[in-house]
Design a protein around this ligand. Structure first.
Ligand SMILES: Nc1ncnc2c1ncn2[C@@H]1O[C@H](COP(=O)(O)OP(=O)(O)OP(=O)(O)O)[C@@H](O)[C@H]1O
Length: 238
């Protein structure tokens, strides 16, 4: 049963078609990598699922309310310049389940501090988010996702600018979420990493080239087709 079902999705941004003919679904409990060349439409696909870009065509059906989906956008400078402490930032993870009029309680603060300690960030809980290194910042964002306790988690290039050790730790967290039965999809570039850790893959080149078991999707023939599709697309755009 897909928890996200896409049917003929097309996205046009500033007069340019950046995604089209996206039909398929993310199965409940699946762990999927979304791969493809720069500009293939990977981030746009996640944004479309989150309702952050309008659909020119097609339909997206979700098994849960949008606000129950945890979405980690690509690391943004804007977020890093927010005058927020690390603890306050991760407490935002409780936001979808805390009503507007209720404050975050002591139990939730304790859970947040415990989760921060779990990724080695206990000592920096009171520091401003802007003081964190790229790796620490990404760990903090993973803690925020964890506290959101969402059944569906979408990650856009979560290991960008993160060193190998931190990447391994974050991959373990992703595997844990998968083990807990959550549906996880991540935009990634490293095919070796995808083969090692992600059972399913969506190979995108403005439209899906293949979607299914990672080993079958990332075969030479599909990668060649994706390359051709991207080159043809770029030539037409030019
Ligand atoms: N807000 C926007 N307005 C106009 N064009 C956009 C906008 N956002 C993205 N695009 C274009 O849409 C296309 C797909 O972008 P997208 O960021 O989804 O690609 P991607 O596959 O995630 O690429 P990358 O691997 O480089 O992050 C690109 O050509 C990009 O320039």
């Amino acid at each position: 049963m897909p928890v996200i079902r896409l049917d003929g999705v097309e996205v046009v941004l500033r007069g340019r078609r950046v995604l089209h003919s996206v039909t398929g679904g993310f199965e409940a409990g699946s762990l999927t990598a979304i791969v493809g060349a720069n500009g293939a439409g990977k981030s746009t696909l996640l944004k479309a699922v989150m309702g952050l870009v309008p659909l020119a065509c097609g339909d997206i059906e979700l098994a849960v309310e949008r606000q129950r989906i945890a979405y980690l956008a690509q690391q943004s400078g804007i977020e890093r310049s927010f005058p927020l402490s690390v603890l306050d930032c991760v407490l935002l993870g409780f936001w979808p389940r805390v009503s507007l009029w209720r404050r975050v309680g002591r139990e939730q603060r304790e859970r947040a501090l415990e989760a921060l300690a779990g990724v080695g960030l206990a000592d920096v809980a009171e520091r401003p988010v802007g003081a964190l290194s790229a790796g620490q910042f990404q760990r903090m964002l993973f803690v925020r996702v964890q506290l959101q306790d969402a059944g569906i988690i979408l990650l856009d290039e979560p290991f960008n600018a993160v060193d190998a050790r931190t990447t391994d730790e974050l991959l373990e967290i992703v595997a844990r979420w998968h083990g807990e039965g959550r549906t996880v999809a991540a935009v990634l570039h490293d095919h070796a990493q995808v083969r090692a850790h992600f059972p399913s893959t969506l190979l995108l080149a403005q439209a899906p080239v293949a979607w299914g078991d990672t080993d079958a999707v990332l075969c030479a023939e599909n990668l060649r087709r994706a390359g051709n599709q991207t080159r043809a697309w770029d030539a037409r755009a030019a």
